[in-house]
Design a protein around this ligand. Structure first.
Ligand code: SF4
Ligand code: SF4
Length: 332
């Protein structure tokens, strides 16, 4: 039987050791039901998750809740919404207690004197034209000024079929702003015309993602195996979907047999009581889901299946390293 040490040389083994002890236990929190944008294809609003629960407004209740989450074993709080920066007191309640990542559209700047090393992920939906079409605004123009040169910030660039052949210019803009970028694919939850993927487009964007990583290794935080998984929906001959998804809220997970999954993962609504089905839209058809974090986690929780060949295990290590960099568990 193959083992980790039999498959890796010293350099790769050291990389493996560096991440294998991290033991990341994340959960996701809707900080608010409000947003200062309304993007077409936003999973939160398109699946009415903003109506799932009334927002808790008492900051003391947030603080007590986060203390309990910590006791539950959570060591990474992923804040989403709505737009978390509309309620910085709630963001601060997390930040003071747990390693915290804040997803934002970047229109409101996270003040660095109050949150010096909080990881910030700014959503980006394409070039100026796409952002205007899908989000009603060129959000990058604002966010890139707010966060220029910030060491704890990266762009989460959602690629759409419209972006094929146009991504390099955006990556250069991000590089020029002194920031990093991670790539994911639009799931087109609201069926905007021309924004659903065809097989050919998925092949094309995969090659483009690979060549971006080759050309901008210091700016693009990614891995080719991640590109393969996210564009094909296949891993080691298995197909991504409901039966395989690792990012289902644990107390709501009635699947039998239960697949490998994120331990103790919950996605909480902003009333701090209601749980959503998974890390993304509760109404999304899992067979069309392109969620980047869910695909990444799918690889990460299936380590054993990758202890087969040197290449498989190296692929697994690269995806894990990518995740660890995105949440600053290891340096860029
Ligand atoms: S900025 Fe984010 S939360 Fe707000 S509408 Fe757009 S995708 Fe949704
Ligand atoms: S929509 Fe995506 S993340 Fe949610 S359960 Fe389905 S496959 Fe998983």
């Amino acid at each position: 039987m193959e083992t980790v040490s039999s498959l890796l040389d010293e350099e790769w083994y050291n990389r493996y050791k560096n991440i294998s002890s991290l033991n990341i236990r994340s959960s996701i929190y809707d900080v608010t039901n409000q947003c200062n944008l309304r993007c077409k294809g936003c999973f939160f609003f398109s699946s009415d998750e903003h109506k799932a629960a009334d927002e808790e407004k008492d900051i003391k209740k947030w603080e007590d809740f986060i203390d309990k989450e910590k006791e539950r074993g959570v060591n990474l709080a992923i804040l989403i919404g709505g737009e978390p920066t509309l309620h910085l007191d709630r963001v601060e309640a997390f930040y003071k207690r747990l390693p915290t990542y804040c997803a934002t559209n970047g229109l409101i700047k996270v003040p660095r004197d109050r949150f010096p090393d909080m990881m910030v992920g700014i959503s980006l939906w394409g070039d100026e034209e796409d952002e205007k079409l899908l989000r009603g605004k060129d959000a990058f123009a604002v966010s890139s000024k707010h966060y220029e040169g910030d060491d704890y910030t990266y762009y989460l660039y959602t690629l759409t079929p419209n972006q094929i052949g146009k991504t390099e210019r955006i990556i250069k803009k991000i590089q020029n702003a002194g920031l990093k970028v991670h790539l994911q694919l639009l799931s087109n939850d609201e069926g905007v015309d021309g924004f659903s993927w065809t097989e050919q487009q998925l092949n094309d964007i995969r090659s483009e993602m690979d060549s971006l990583l080759d050309s901008y290794p210091d700016t693009v935080i990614s891995s080719k195996y991640y590109h393969e998984i996210i564009t094909t929906g296949k891993m080691l001959g298995r197909t991504f979907g409901w039966q395989e998804c690792p990012s289902v809220t644990e107390p709501l997970d009635t699947r039998n047999p239960r697949p490998k999954r994120l331990i103790r993962f919950i996605r909480w609504a902003s009333d701090l009581k209601t749980m959503h089905r998974c890390c993304t839209s509760a109404t999304r058809d899992c067979s069309t889901c392109k969620d980047g974090a869910a695909h990444m986690s799918w690889v990460m929780v299936n380590k054993r299946s990758h202890i087969k060949t040197t290449k498989d295990l190296q692929n697994w290590i690269e995806v894990y390293e990518m995740f660890a960099k995105l949440y600053k568990f290891i340096p860029w």
